[in-house]
Design a protein around this ligand. Structure first.
Ligand code: ZN
Length: 169
């Protein structure tokens, strides 16, 4: 089932999410719908707050549905270490049409739980590290524009305000 993706301005995107504590069929259903929604968007990552749920759940697939082995569903992820820095143009499904250069760790190790509550460790670098960092930010109520200079952030906010007034956001 496709879910509506909430846009910048929704309170749920600015709220820190609660850990997943029940690993049941309902959680699996939510994750399945999130993956479907992410593919159609299309995007390489989606966090539960973006579909209106403040739980620490995110889906990632750098292949956007091309390679099933790349699908990653993570619950309660925690960054245990980071290394280096990468700067790259970045966007977000909740802030469509905008992108800016954001600095992220080049490498990171993330510990998380699967949909069945099993612990996994992800050794990520490059785009995967960037994507994990971006999605984990979502679970803490942080958006990519929060990493920008106050000036750039204000410019984007003002453009979104205008779009909202015009009923185009
Ligand atoms: Zn995002």
């Amino acid at each position: 089932m496709l879910l509506p993706i909430l846009k910048y301005g929704a309170i749920v995107l600015k709220t820190s999410s609660s850990p997943v504590d029940v690993f049941d069929g309902e959680l699996e259903k939510i994750a399945k719908n999130m993956i479907e929604t992410m593919y159609v968007a299309p995007g390489i990552g989606l966090a539960a707050p973006q579909i209106g749920l403040n739980i620490r759940l995110a889906t990632i697939d750098l292949s956007v549905g091309e390679d099933p082995s790349q699908v990653l569903v993570i619950c309660n992820p925690e960054i245990t270490s980071t290394e280096g820095e990468q700067k790259c143009d970045e966007g977000c499904l909740s802030i469509p049409e905008f992108s800016e250069v954001v600095a992220r760790p080049r490498k990171m190790i993330v510990r998380a739980l699967t949909l069945h509550g099993d612990e996994i460790t992800i050794n990520a670098e490059g785009i995967l590290a960037r994507c994990l960092s971006h999605e984990i930010d979502h679970l803490n109520g942080v958006l990519f524009i929060d990493h920008l200079s106050p000036l750039k952030r204000t410019l984007i906010r003002n453009k979104i305000k205008k779009l909202t007034k015009a009923g185009e956001w």
